[in-house]
Ligand binder design. Structure first.
Ligand SMILES: Nc1ncnc2c1ncn2[C@@H]1O[C@H](COP(=O)(O)OP(=O)(O)OP(=O)(O)O)[C@@H](O)[C@H]1O
Ligand SMILES: [Mg+2]
Length: 116
């Protein structure tokens, strides 16, 4: 079982949800987050001159994916839907993958990746 954490632009959520739906991935959690990447904040030009925004609004999508699902297809679906046209832009976000040990359904204590 894998965990996918994807940081995406808030306005891409609808497209990402539809792309996941199309490959049969329904379950996910969505978090409002503020973040920054390796280059720190972004410089914006305002009426009073340049200013730096330290943290930028993003959404974090969290998905637990069982081994029966093609993880690469999930990654491609998220990335293609979250990428700005035509070739992507800085700030389009990142995807992180990790291994997950177990899962438990509270209702009946069934466990293992079949529940996710
Ligand atoms: N190492 C990290 N740890 C935690 N969150 C991160 C990390 N890297 C990125 N993020 C999250 O992802 C968001 C987008 O990251 P980032 O700015 O690195 O992506 P990008 O601008 O699309 O790519 P790049 O900056 O490499 O061109 C950040 O705002 C932050 O919320
Ligand atoms: Mg960046």
């Amino acid at each position: 079982m894998k965990k996918i954490e994807a940081y995406v632009r808030p306005e891409k959520l609808q497209r990402v949800k539809e792309a996941l739906d199309a490959i049969g991935v329904k379950s996910l959690s969505v978090y409002d987050v503020r973040g920054r990447g390796a280059q720190g904040g972004i410089k914006l030009a305002g009426r009073v001159g340049e200013y730096v925004v330290d943290f930028i609004d993003k959404l974090k999508l969290e998905l637990f994916i069982n081994c029966g699902t093609d993880i690469e297809a999930v990654i491609t679906a998220i990335a293609d839907a979250a990428r700005s046209e035509p070739n992507g832009r800085p700030g389009d976000g990142k995807i992180f993958i990790s291994d997950v040990q177990d899962a438990i359904r509270i209702r009946d204590l069934e466990r293992g990746e079949a529940i996710c």
